[in-house]
Design a protein around this ligand. Structure first.
Ligand code: 5AD
Ligand code: SF4
Length: 478
């Protein structure tokens, strides 16, 4: 979600006349997009902002975007007085106005002509199989060419304070036709923003605001534009895509999914993330009916224990979750199922944790993202008793990941011999292999004849000759 938010913010700013620069050093304005879903995200952000302080003397300006901006609000100005802009995701639609305000001051006093630049850096958690997560830094810098000087050196009376924090009740989505997508073949489309579910551990409803959907017409228009630009894979995005409600009442989520799958030129459609409570059987019917809908569903379970699910305010039982898994298993194509699990939620007993382990055996996921419960500001779970010690959370996470690894090993071994269509992603020269993705979203590494001139984004047929817990191995079929 954050990656795509950044693509939209970058695109909007380019449209406003900004351009990208290659480094923080080259930038005059640095925007920092943040995520606070887990861990001590706010501490990391304040550390990073403290690092930026030394750049202030060079006249650079700083803005904080995203969940930490929304969560910490004006406290950011107190702890990092060199920051000029604090803006939550529900206010992105106002960014051009806010930036104009930010620069209005400079315009008044700057006298010679040069370039105003803007940098954008957004760390987020790149999810990896086996429940590990890795912080990655993305640089999406932009440089604005305007007819006035780079920022002047700020003086004591100069502090500009601009906030975008009050839009969480908005009915509007951040729609822009200027998304700066980083991948030319596969792109995201947000269909619903915010979340009304209020799971007991989750900060998202507080940071991203209330649920609001885009019209099916606007989503389809964007999908068609992407197809015209040569995109072949689309991922529909939302915190809970299953509660999508077309404001014009024309399409349910399943109908929208099918309609995007039928856009000419689109070969693969994915969707993320689903909530089991709202996950309807009609989604599986759509996957059965429309071949371009990928045979992969990510359905976060969080816990295999109905008691813990209730404490998490997840609004479904283990049995109801398994009923949805049953729908997927009876689909015409074999659907790859993946999930998110939280271990060490307050009060989770050893037996309840074991119920989650048993669920892994029962569902046989193709991959899981496992997380240690992390207390988040404002959330109801903060007041729960019986916190699980960190060492115990670490142990449970390791047990969970080890079990899942064994399941994946067996599941991937069963793929040997199968012939699949994959989308080429990259070349690994050292190994003499191409790396690609299957419709089930598995990594597929393969060899091809030296005269096969493959290109990124191309679809090829491969046969599976080997497997690992996290990837498949094979050869191109000519
Ligand atoms: N602690 C640990 N994991 C969390 N997630 C969300 N909030 C928390 C939290 N407070 C996980 C959930 C969710 C995924 C995106 O992040 O598993 O599905
Ligand atoms: Fe958070 Fe629950 Fe909403 Fe997902 S459904 S974003 S876990 S509150």
């Amino acid at each position: 979600m954050n990656v795509h938010d950044s693509e939209k913010v970058v695109g909007t700013l380019i449209q406003e006349g900004y351009q990208q620069v290659e480094s923080v050093e080259a930038a005059d304005l640095i925007l920092y997009n943040t995520c606070s879903i887990r861990d001590k995200a706010e501490q990391k952000v304040f550390h990073r902002l403290a690092d930026y302080k030394k750049l202030q003397a060079q006249g650079k300006k700083f803005g904080v975007l995203g969940c930490v901006a929304q969560q910490e609000g004006e406290k950011i100005f107190e702890r990092a007085p060199h920051v000029s802009l604090v803006c939550g995701s529900a206010s992105y639609q106002n960014l051009p106005v806010m930036l104009a305000q930010l620069e209005g001051k400079s315009r008044l006093s700057d006298s010679h002509v040069s370039q105003q630049r803007l940098d954008m850096w957004h760390p987020q958690f790149e999810r990896k199989s086996e429940g590990h997560e890795r912080e990655v830094a993305h640089f999406s810098p932009i440089l604005q060419e305007v007819g006035f000087a780079g920022s002047r050196k700020p003086g004591a009376g100069d502090l500009v304070r601009i906030t975008g924090l009050d839009d969480r009740q908005t009915d509007k989505c951040f729609e822009t036709e200027f998304t700066a997508r980083t991948n030319p073949h596969r792109g995201y489309i947000t269909i619903i923003e915010g979340c009304d579910k209020f799971c007991a551990y989750c900060v998202v409803p507080f940071t991203r605001g209330k649920e609001r959907s885009r019209t099916s017409q606007s989503v389809l228009d964007e999908a068609r534009q992407m197809a015209d630009l040569g995109y072949t894979e689309i991922q529909l995005l939302g915190q809970n895509v299953n509660s999508y409600r077309d404001p014009t009442g024309n399409k349910s989520f399943a109908e929208l999914l099918a309609a995007v799958g039928e856009v000419q030129g689109i070969k693969r459609v994915r969707f993320m993330t689903s909530h089991p409570r709202d996950f309807g059987r009609d989604i599986i019917d759509a996957v059965d009916a429309v071949p371009s809908l990928c045979d992969h569903v990510h359905l976060p379970v969080q816990s295999g224990s109905t008691r813990v699910l209730d404490a998490m305010q997840r609004l479904y039982t283990r049995e109801q979750y398994l009923e949805r898994i049953g729908w997927m298993k009876s689909a015409k194509r074999e659907i790859s199922i993946t999930t998110d699990v939280i271990v060490g939620f307050p009060g989770e007993t050893e037996l309840e944790f074991e119920e989650t382990l048993l669920l892994l055996d029962e569902v046989e996921y193709d991959s899981i993202f496992g997380f240690k419960y992390s207390p988040r500001p404002n959330t109801p779970a903060l007041s729960l008793q019986d916190a699980i010690p960190d060492e115990e959370k670490v142990r449970r996470l390791a047990v969970l990941n080890e079990k899942q690894r064994a399941i994946q090993k067996v599941r991937n071994e069963k793929c040997i011999g199968s012939t699949l269509e994959v989308m080429v992603e990259s070349r690994n020269e050292a190994r003499g292999q191409w790396s690609a993705r299957t419709s089930q979203n598995k990594v597929f590494n393969f060899t091809a004849p030296s005269d096969a001139q493959l290109i990124r984004g191309e679809y090829v047929t491969v046969v599976t000759t080997g497997s690992f817990p996290n990837s498949l191995l094979g050869e191109m079929v000519i």
